[in-house]
Design a protein around this ligand. Structure first.
Ligand SMILES: [Ca+2]
Length: 188
C-alpha cells in the first residue's frame, strides 16, 4: 500500500493524540409525561457503563426541553401562548464522581426570552462556537457555560445527573428528553 505524505501525517497525528477516544458509551431517556417544574429544581439521571478503567476524554450532552407561558401539556407541547421567560432556565450536569458543570446559568449567560415559548433541543459540546443566548429557544449545538472537559480524567461509569431549574414561579420548564455520550481514553 502506498501512502501519501498527507495520509502519513494524519496517521502520525492520530497516533500521537493524547485525547484519542478508544471507547464510547451512550445513554438516553425520553420522558412521557415530561419532567415539569416551576420555580424549583429537579434532577434526573442516566447510567453509563462499559468504559472499564478508561478515563473520560470527551462528553456531549443533549437536552430537549420546553419553556412556555402556562401551561405545558404532558407531551411537552405549549398550551400557553404568551411570553416564556427563557431567562429562568438553568441546566447542570454532574458526573458520577461528583464534578458539576453549568450548561446554562441564568445568573451569568441567560437567555432573555420574552417571546412565545417552544420546544427546543440543545446539544452541549466544548467544540461548539457559541454559548446559548438571545431571546428565543433555538435548537442547535452550543458550547456550555463551563467546559465539559472538567470531567476529563475521571472514570465515567455510573450515574450522570442532570439538574434542571426554573428560577421563578409562573411559566414552567419541562425536560422532554436527555442523552449523554461519554468518550474515554486509556489511563496513562
Ligand atoms: Ca417559571
Amino acid at each position: 500500500m502506498k501512502l501519501s505524505l498527507a495520509t502519513i501525517l494524519l496517521l502520525f497525528s492520530t497516533a500521537n493524540s493524547a485525547q484519542a477516544i478508544t471507547v464510547t458509551s451512550y445513554a438516553s431517556a425520553i420522558y412521557n409525561p415530561v419532567l415539569l417544574i416551576d420555580g424549583d429544581t429537579g434532577t434526573t439521571f442516566l447510567k453509563i457503563s462499559g468504559l472499564g478503567s478508561s478515563s473520560i476524554g470527551k462528553v456531549n450532552v443533549t437536552v430537549r426541553l420546553t419553556k412556555c407561558d402556562d401551561p405545558i401539556d404532558a407531551s411537552g407541547g405549549c398550551i400557553g401562548l404568551g411570553t416564556s421567560f427563557n431567562d429562568e432556565i438553568s441546566l447542570q450536569l454532574t458526573s458520577p464522581m461528583g464534578t458539576t458543570v453549568y450548561l446554562i446559568n441564568p445568573n451569568i449567560n441567560s437567555l432573555t426570552g420574552q417571546t412565545p415559548g417552544r420546544r427546543a433541543q440543545f446539544t452541549f459540546d466544548d467544540d461548539a462556537l457559541t454559548t446559548i443566548g438571545g431571546n428565543e429557544l433555538i435548537s442547535g449545538t452550543y458550547r456550555p457555560l463551563e467546559p465539559l472537559s472538567r470531567f476529563n480524567g475521571e472514570n465515567g461509569n455510573g450515574d450522570w445527573i442532570l439538574t434542571y431549574g426554573d428560577k421563578s414561579t409562573g411559566d414552567p420548564l419541562s425536560v422532554n428528553a436527555f442523552s449523554i455520550k461519554v468518550g474515554a481514553v486509556p489511563v496513562p
